[in-house]
Design a protein around this ligand. Structure first.
Ligand SMILES: [Zn+2]
Ligand SMILES: [Zn+2]
Length: 340
């Protein structure tokens, strides 16, 4: 069967290149690499958790600052969400940072990596994928290093075939994995500083981190998966936007013994409200949202018991622009753009 690249090459040879990428979103050029400004633009690409629902894709957050596109977690569907924005998962992503190794945060990574090295507006990576993640011992055989090695092994046939058949350069297929210990700056380029801090996602779920991204006077903090955690409050203090996970159950479901261990790894709306009240961000936003037997209205009212400040219940593709003030932009699925 003909490959996509093969079809494209023949189309180009036939002089009908214009037909080859007729599905490119209209705003590709505008979104691919935003001009550097003093703002941080945060887009919630996926606001869900393990449940495979079309309403909320897996956890992933795009942070654009200093002309860089940085991705935090790579949950299910991340490549699709990026492409909805006209951003290539190849040349449009400068680095990926994982919070921990639960599958819901990593499931979209193979797609992001492999679609990114294919030829096309969704790919065309020319450098190795830069992948950062926590590693207790900063060991070469754990965390992101193991993922990079495992992906290369699992998908070696695709790598071999596309290099031979489509002339994909070897360098574009590589993954440059950087493991780190928490509570330190792990990335500092183009004026964008990323600090990883340890969070408490449970005794057996280590290492787990959250991230704070600083650019000039602006900042955003992403909780990762965590219970109520003092270290998060310490690192998030003074941040403009705090994006926090939440796990909310109805009183009835909270009685089920099967759900208790899961709930114990996460933050309830009341606890998140207490975190927001301590951190006092310009905007608090929920992502990695789990609602069991309850809804968003109840989520908000339970949060407001402790915190009455600005709060958004995240939606996929919701955009938070951090400038002198924080502007929330909602994705309009019908328009395939933001409606202001
Ligand atoms: Zn998770
Ligand atoms: Zn987790």
């Amino acid at each position: 069967m003909a490959t996509y690249r093969g079809i494209v090459r023949r189309a180009l040879l036939a002089g009908i290149a214009a037909l080859a990428f007729q599905t490119i979103p209209d705003d590709t050029a505008a979104e691919q690499k935003p001009a550097a400004s003093g703002d941080i633009t945060v887009t919630l690409l996926g606001t869900g958790a393990p449940e495979p629902t079309a309403a909320r894709f897996g956890p992933a957050t795009l942070v654009q600052a200093g002309g860089l596109n940085l991705l935090f977690d790579a949950g299910r569907g991340v490549t699709v969400r990026l492409y909805q924005l006209g951003i290539s998962s190849g040349k449009g992503v400068d680095a990926v940072f994982l919070t921990h190794y639960h599958s819901d945060h990593v499931a979209g990574l193979p797609d992001l990596w492999m679609t990114g090295y294919m030829f096309g507006p969704f790919g065309s990576r020319t450098k190795p994928l830069r992948l950062f993640g926590p590693s207790d011992a900063a060991s070469a055989s754990s965390g992101v290093a193991r993922i990079a090695k495992g992906l290369a092994e699992a998908f070696s046939d695709d790598m071999r075939i596309r290099q031979a058949d489509e002339h994909i350069p070897a360098v574009a297929i590589g993954i440059e994995a950087t493991g780190f210990e928490a509570d330190r700056v792990v990335f500092d380029e183009a004026g964008v500083k990323v600090t990883a801090f340890a969070v408490n996602h449970g005794d057996l779920i280590k290492p787990s981190v959250g991230y704070r991204i600083d650019y000039g006077a602006r900042s955003v903090t992403i909780s990762g998966d965590t219970k109520f955690d003092e270290n998060l409050i310490r690192y998030a203090t003074g941040t403009d936007v705090l994006i926090h996970e939440v796990f909310a159950m109805s009183a009835q479901l909270a009685k089920l013994p099967q759900l208790k261990p899961v709930a114990a790894h996460h933050t309830s709306p009341e606890e998140a409200g207490a975190v927001f009240a301590r951190v006092k961000p310009k905007l608090a936003a929920y992502s990695h949202i789990v609602l069991l037997g309850t809804g968003t209205d109840e989520l908000v009212s339970r949060t407001q018991g402790a915190y009455q400040g600005p709060l958004e219940v995240g939606e996929d593709l919701m955009r938070l622009v951090i400038g002198d003030r924080v502007i929330v932009r909602r994705w309009n699925a019908a328009l395939r753009n933001y409606s202001d």
